[in-house]
Write a protein that binds this ligand. Sequence first.
Ligand SMILES: *Cc1c(COP(=O)(O)O)cnc(C)c1O
Length: 397
Amino acid sequence: MNKKSYIYLDYAAATPTRKEVVKVMSPFNAEVFGNASSLHKQGRLAKKALEEARTNIAKVISAFSKEVVFTSGGTESCNLAIFGIAREHDETHLNKPGHIITSRIEHPAVLEPIKLLEKNGWQVTYLPVSREGLVRLADLKQAIQKNTVLISLMYANNEVGSIQPIQEIGKELFKLNAERKLQGLNKIIFHTDACQASGYLDISVKSLGVDLMTLNGSKIYGPKQTGILYIKAGTFIQPELLGGGQENNLRSGTENIAGAVGLAKSLELAQKEKQATTRKLVNLGKLCLKSVLKNIPGAKLNGPSFESGLRLPNNLNLFFQRVKGEDLVIYLDAKGIGVSTGSACASQKSSTSYVLDSLGGPAEVSGSSIRVSMGKDTTKHEIEYLVKSLIDCIKLL
Ligand SMILES: *Cc1c(COP(=O)(O)O)cnc(C)c1O
């Protein structure tokens, strides 16, 4: 195996910053370095670039510029959404404690803030998911209470690639919130974590019907530590970071102009290319799966089928009988292929996956699966080499 041709198949964990993005960012490192709050020319140049990036992002997601708040990434946006809404509720509402609905398979950036609120007295419903990793609308409707304040559901799952019916839920909530208004109840706020979705799915906040949406740069060939929280006009939310009052008082701190410009570019390109990328990766995914199932007895795909249209096109989460997922990752790495067990965030913590466990399959699935996540430039040759290596590794193991 030639060292130079390492095959990276962990794009759900991180993507390289694409050249178009590096190019638009480069002036904002050395030449245009001003503080966007300064009145002089350097400041004005920075401010102009920042606001252009904001406008471009707003256009892509069908929002108004003032509804886009720049953050340091998906984690911060999710924390801002959840704590921001919870603190606003605690300060202004009498029907305490508030109630939050989420799912068992959210990213830790959503689950951990919610667990902390739960410790502090909030009520939480963790919705179960089907064997495919999908939330059921009926379960959600049943979970809604008088004191429900927030629903936070990811658009697409980072481990098994399942795509939640966000648009359908948005429509349902629209009707429900109209009824609640007549009853004098609070509007239920709907947040979606769309970090894994933005390279493949429609992220128009209008059609999704969400009040809050988290996006980041690191999964779409943009810069790491960049993200936004979309906050629908009229949604009141408390800031997490206090200071100079930047970002409309919602996120203080000197703005990351290069990051904002890079994120805007990466989002624009990801959305522009999403159909073509989807078509290509669904074909590669099906090819890979077919070959794996044919050559490795007992292998299975975790999560929805490609045919269902409810699976991210770049995600292959595969179960192999009597093999430890971790061992397989190490063996494949030695062969020059980078894949992962579950998510990047979980792999430091434990050898099983709470996401796979939540799908309710046989117990061994969780410790014996790997996630292969393809990228826009993944080739058929790379996938063929992967399958060949998988066959070899599993024989050895
Ligand atoms: C990567 C990811 C996050 C965290 O985003 P960061 O930019 O790394 O903070 C949150 N949610 C999902 C679904 C993700 O894939």
